[in-house]
Design a protein around this ligand. Sequence first.
Ligand code: F0G
Length: 350
Amino acid sequence: MAGLIERFIDRMPFTMDDPIVSIEEGSTPLVPAPRLSDRVDADVFLKIEGSNPTGSFKDRGMTCAVTAAAREGAETVVCASTGNTAASAAAYAARAGMTCAVLVPEGKIAAGKLAQALIYGARVISLNGNFDVALQLVRDLADQHPISLVNSVNDFRLEGQKTGAFEIVDAIGPIDLMTIPVGNAGNITAYWKGYKEYNDSGVVDSVPELNGYQAAGAAPLVEGKPVANPETVASAIRIGNPARWEEAMAAITESRGAIRAVTDAEILDAYKWLPANEGVFCEPASAASVAGLLKFGVSDAARETADGRPKVVCILTGNGLKDPDTAFDNVGSVIPCEPEMDQLVKAVLG
Ligand code: F0G
């Protein structure tokens, strides 16, 4: 399967003559979730973005951001990150033969993501400050030096990430509701761009309602003001001042949707329920989209416009393996066993 620039070349700010940097991202599974569907009385599908090459949706944006950087002749890319952008930037920079530096909040990045950034060969800089401080610093750095900034303030990132919407519509037609976790607010902005683009060019004649979910301790868009010290178990969305604030709120308003908060306890419930009931393991931030659907359900408006049972898609932004520590903190322990049959029987049958 080709990468997404090639697959959607007619809708991309690139031509096939550009130096496309791809690891065959996109084309992720859209999996029906029968038990979740029963719980919310809708046909719910999970968009498994953890199946991208580095295990998160960031690869959709990164193929575009790094291709654009390569076209401009950039030698170095930089980003601030809660972890996934760092892993993705590091991989695509390696693929392009570029140097990559990533700025991450000290002690607040999941182990898998840190391992990825390092093994792909990035310079990993641990900042004594949160994501919002890191983003401001790299924005200033990129203004002063010939370095390409690959955070989602870079418009090329959105061009890649909008393809998630195309894939959903191509697979199951127009949908009634999409739920998505919101951190720096690039992804919800990109999905809305994608749905509108398909609608405006006549591929479909409806756009879905968007429901964005933030963690309660890091919910600036819900509170209507920046949060100085964001805190949540979902480290990927521990962000207090989203860069795409206005665009995200416009997407919510235009889609007649909502931006709401889910608590860490609700996030962790969904995080544990999903693998045990649907066989799908996502990271805590991703589980916010399911936690939100379970907490707030499907709106009356989405039910009314639906042709039959409403079609709902939850975006699962990152793979559960990214954050093994949170998994271990929330499950039972393994069962020790001597190599003897009676012990084994007890261990197996409980
Ligand atoms: N889910 C995951 C797993 C993420 O890593 C992020 C953002 C989001 C959701 C939120 O997406 O920022 O576009 O609203 N991670 C960024 C990072 C901030 O640095 O990896 P958003």
